[in-house]
Design a protein. Structure first.
Length: 94
């Protein structure tokens, strides 16, 4: 993927990624929503490289541990049922 080397994406790929490590790499997200399905939150970023953009979301449990992430928005992940899964998951490009 074009954005796989982005610092935010790299921080998210880390096996023990947390909300604080993702925030440190990506800065303030564009939005954050509560996700009752995983008793946690989901944050949205827009990745930018040259003239291209790509949505990117990361969901965390109540302890701030990464649960789900991918190249879609939190709302798209919720609509597709990804956030109902308690196990960690990754969703690639749409």
């Amino acid at each position: 993927m074009k954005f796989d080397n982005d610092p935010l994406v790299q921080a998210t790929y880390a096996p023990n990624a947390t909300k604080s490590t993702v925030f440190a790499a990506g800065g303030k997200p564009e939005s954050e929503i509560n996700i009752p399905e995983i008793n946690g939150t989901c944050i949205n970023y827009t990745l930018r490289k040259d003239a291209e953009t790509m949505p990117f979301y990361v969901a965390f449990d109540k302890n701030g541990n990464k649960k789900h992430f991918g190249y879609i928005s939190c709302q798209q992940a919720r609509d597709r049922g990804y956030l109902a899964n308690k196990e960690e998951s990754w969703q690639g490009a749409i």
